[in-house]
Ligand binder design. Structure first.
Ligand SMILES: CC(C)(COP(=O)(O)OP(=O)(O)OC[C@H]1O[C@@H](n2cnc3c(N)ncnc32)[C@H](O)[C@@H]1OP(=O)(O)O)[C@@H](O)C(=O)NCCC(=O)NCCS
Length: 175
């Protein structure tokens, strides 16, 4: 059964093949990829591969990145969600990471925080995850601000694919 979450302004649902155009608009923009290794997607086929990969994670781990839809207009504005990471990163492996990415037109409206808060609560209260992790480019003020506002603690600086990053963690106090 697929997960659907709702916030005041947003619907969070599985990413579908019908989101292809939105996913390409998102990842084709160099500004979106400024702190993600400066490697925007150049072909729609790559976006389809990306969607396929996300959908495989739902099957493999029961969770992953989810589409963020504006309730008012039913528009796809980006993604947010908890990914189960199986590759080593900053000395961790097999852990849950929260992340998000939005189409530039929708930045600065609180959607990043609103969607991430919903997923953090879901991860702790419904999935009973012990610790949720996140990382951001050290200069990515927007992302760092969201993670701080969520109450996540900064741990250390590290390099990921040559990108200087900050590592964040938050423990589930209820388990
Ligand atoms: C980073 C990103 C997710 C932020 O999302 P957003 O929806 O614009 O963020 P919000 O509107 O929820 O902002 C949350 C807080 O951060 C602040 N903020 C957002 N962008 C900021 C920026 N560039 N500089 C400083 N503060 C910023 C907001 O003012 C807000 O603060 P407040 O709650 O105290 O008012 C969005 O810019 C994005 O998708 N960027 C491209 C992809 C990316 O970098 N993803 C993160 C990878 S770690």
């Amino acid at each position: 059964m697929s997960i659907i979450l709702q916030t005041e302004r947003l619907l969070l649902r599985e990413i579908l093949d019908t989101d292809l155009e939105g996913m390409f608009a998102l990842d084709n923009n160099p500004n979106v990829h400024r702190y993600l290794g400066k490697n925007p997607i150049l072909t729609i086929d790559k976006s389809q591969e990306y969607i396929n990969n996300i959908r495989e994670q739902y099957v493999a781990h029961g969770i992953g990145r989810y589409a963020v839809i504006l309730k008012e207009t039913n528009q796809f504005i980006g993604w947010c969600g908890i990914k189960y990471i199986t590759e080593p990163e900053n000395g961790h492996v097999n852990f849950h990471e929260i992340g998000y990415r939005f189409i530039e037109d929708y930045w600065g409206k609180g959607y990043g925080y609103e969607s991430a808060k919903a997923w953090l609560d879901y991860g702790f209260n419904t999935m009973n995850i012990k610790t949720i992790y996140a990382s951001a480019h050290i200069d990515n003020k927007g992302s760092r601000h969201i993670l701080g506002k969520l109450g996540m603690q900064t741990k250390n600086e590290f390099e990921w694919n040559k990108i200087p990053c900050i590592w964040f963690e938050l423990e589930n106090k209820t388990i």
